[in-house]
Design a binder for this molecule. Structure first.
Ligand code: GDP
Ligand code: MG
Length: 518
């Protein structure tokens, strides 16, 4: 059972008790039976499932619950808490420290995704402004160094390795020493795996660990391995001091439940999950967020983090504009630039509540193509046009024709771009200003820590026009970038759809648009 299905089953079990007229021990037992069956079906370790069942039963002692207490809520909360406990060891993961050397060593079986994840993690930190590098201490797998070199080069991350040296301990030592001298803050050491847990591998792991003296040892585990996870995690934990876990291959149809058992076996927190083969496919793992997302409640804090990654705060002009409710064409250009750097749009979409169910697969390529095309159009605009709110195009329609010619696109495409800009501008007007959403999102000098994700969400919802559903709006806004037809402009929402949506948002249509089409 994949995790989304697990979430659905647990959800429906929890919803079921709302329908029961009386909550008694029998109802609770039936609920727990359903939930446990679902967890076992997702490969969660048998012992953990049984602990969960007992804990819920102990927390919710049906006979003793005082009258007037909402038993349904009590049960639902207990289940949610226990699900979180499954993935939460209660230990803070190691946090790299700025301005000093942090050595991170990767361990795990061959094929678990170490090399891929090393680069993802390095890229993650690099994007956040750390000075990061990679060391390849895998001399066991043929072509291991080439693989790491290729990944690192693509992501522009400095690396160290050797084609001739056969002793991984020697390479690890040299690499780490070299990068230490060069003042790197995060040194990630990739090691070799074996096909199975072997004494030889563990010996090598210990030796490397002894020379590089890691601040954190990350155990990489394949999310698809099922019930074997516990013994594997235990074996690694006994040989190396595991500090954190990354579970890979949580995309596609991984059951994932098995790997979750590694938390209990190692008493270590899962810090990230891998959700694909590409460098962007790494998601920060937080127990409560994970459980909520699994149960279909959306991942608001993840979304906020992604939005923060857009570095709105580094873009002082944009922030100033946003606060005043201004959004120029240049602002849009810069946002597209940010988005294309940030990686797949679908990642962002999946974090929206209720959106995780939607299938955005295969749409990234289209989205990227479409953004490129829009940027090409804007490249043909003059400075004055870029810094404008777009109105001058309607006053002087010749400008539209010139831009279309200059960018090798059509008048219609330029018009569509202007329409899209107007839609964004409308959002900024609604969200911006003093009470606006963007204010809390990392504007310079602003304290952002006080808004919880929930507060943010409420705030966002409050700002929406009445009757307008947030998800629906996002889908319509992004529809053009994500899904839909091939060719030329990719899946642009058609003009009438766009006009419609703008009306819904209370922005009105574009006067005189659509008339001067070639
Ligand atoms: P290593 O032997 O532990 O270094 O594993 P590799 O990094 O070479 O990965 C083994 C295979 O798993 C490669 O084909 C990767 O592309 C793939 N892989 C790694 N992480 C993920 C992931 O999160 N999702 C998917 N779908 N594939 C992954
Ligand atoms: Mg490898």
């Amino acid at each position: 059972m994949v995790l989304a299905d697990l979430g659905r089953r647990i959800n429906s079990a929890l919803a079921q008790i709302n329908k029961e007229p009386v909550i008694d021990a029998k109802v609770l037992d039936a609920l727990l039976k359903d939930i446990c069956a679902a967890l076992l079906g997702a490969d969660v370790n048998v012992r953990l499932v049984s602990t969960l069942r007992n804990n819920v039963k102990n927390t919710v002692n049906i006979q003793e619950v005082a009258a007037g207490i909402n038993k349904r809520k009590l049960i639902q909360k207990a289940v949610l808490d226990e699900l979180c406990k499954l993935v939460e060891p209660g230990i803070e993961p190691y946090k790299p420290k700025k301005g000093r050397v942090n050595v991170i060593m990767f361990v795990g079986l061959q094929g678990s995704g170490k090399t891929t994840t090393c680069t993802k993690l390095a890229y993650h930190y690099q994007r956040k402004g750390w000075k990061v590098c990679l060391v390849c201490a895998d001399t066991f797998r043929a072509g291991a160094f080439d693989q790491l070199k290729q990944n690192a080069t693509k992501a522009k991350i400095p690396y160290y390795g050797s084609y001739t040296e056969t002793d991984p301990v020697q390479i690890a030592h040299e690499g780490v020493e070299k990068f230490k001298k060069e003042g790197f803050e995060i040194i990630i050491v990739d090691t070799s795996g074996r096909h199975k847990q072997e004494a030889e591998l563990f010996e090598e792991m210990k030796q490397i660990s002894a020379v590089v003296n890691p601040n954190n040892t990350i155990f990489v585990m394949d999310g698809t391995i099922g019930q074997a996870a516990e013994s594997q995690a235990k074996a690694f934990h006994e040989a190396a001091e595991i500090g954190s876990i990354i579970i890979t291959k949580m995309d596609g149809h991984a059951k994932g439940g098995g790997a979750i058992s590694a938390v209990a076996a190692t008493h270590s927190p899962i810090i990230f999950i891998g959700t694909g083969e590409h460098i962007h496919d790494l998601e920060r793992f937080e127990p409560r967020r994970f459980v909520q997302k699994m149960l279909g409640m959306g991942d608001i804090s993840g979304l906020l983090e992604t939005v923060q990654d857009l570095k709105l705060d580094q873009n002082k002009n944009l922030m100033k504009n946003l606060e005043q409710g201004i959004f120029t064409i240049r602002d849009m250009y810069e946002q597209f630039q940010n988005i294309s750097q940030l990686g797949p749009l679908s990642k962002m979409m999946q974090m929206m509540p209720g959106m995780s169910e939607m299938n955005f697969e295969g749409s990234d390529e289209l989205g990227a193509q479409r953004i490129k095309r829009l940027m090409t159009i804007m490249d043909s605009m003059s400075e004055v046009e870029l810094d404008s709110d777009g109105k001058l195009f309607h006053v002087q329609p010749k400008r539209i024709q010139r831009v279309a010619r200059g960018s090798g696109t059509s008048v219609r495409e330029v018009e569509e771009l202007l329409l899209q800009h107007k839609a964004f501008q409308g959002m900024v007007k609604k969200f911006g200003g003093n009470k606006g959403l963007f204010k809390g999102m990392g504007a310079p000098g602003m304290d952002n820590s006080k808004s919880s994700p929930q507060q943010m969400m409420t705030q966002m919802q409050r700002m929406m026009p009445r009757g307008m559903n947030m998800n629906e709006m996002m889908r319509q806004m992004m529809g053009g970038m994500g899904g839909g037809g091939l060719g030329g402009m990719g899946g642009m929402p058609d003009l009438s759809q766009m006009q419609n949506m703008m009306k819904q948002m209370g922005l009105g249509g574009l006067p005189g648009m659509g008339g001067n089409r070639k």
